[in-house]
Design a protein. Sequence first.
Length: 114
Amino acid sequence: QVQLVESGGGLVQPGGSLRLSCTASGIILSINTMAWYRQAPGKQRELVAIITSGGSSTSYADSVKGRFTISRENEQKTVYLQMNDLKPEDTAVYYCNAVSINLWGQGTQVTVSS
């Protein structure tokens, strides 16, 4: 079955950290550029971070630069999003995306609140 499955979301206090995982099945992850998006209530889905197939190049939204890190382990068919110094405005559903085949996961909720 071709799918992406996200995990690692949850409730965290401001300033806290979470690591999201996206595990792929049915696709060759190593040839895909992968991305994390997020969508907050009432807002459009936005690109958070992107990583090339070999992991040599990454790019981030200005709002998360210096706080979030995208990485990948192709042998494990997994892409990660390490999120540090979380802020209430980071609250959203986070989605994993295989860019070249436009495949999306089901999303994982991240809530930052005291």
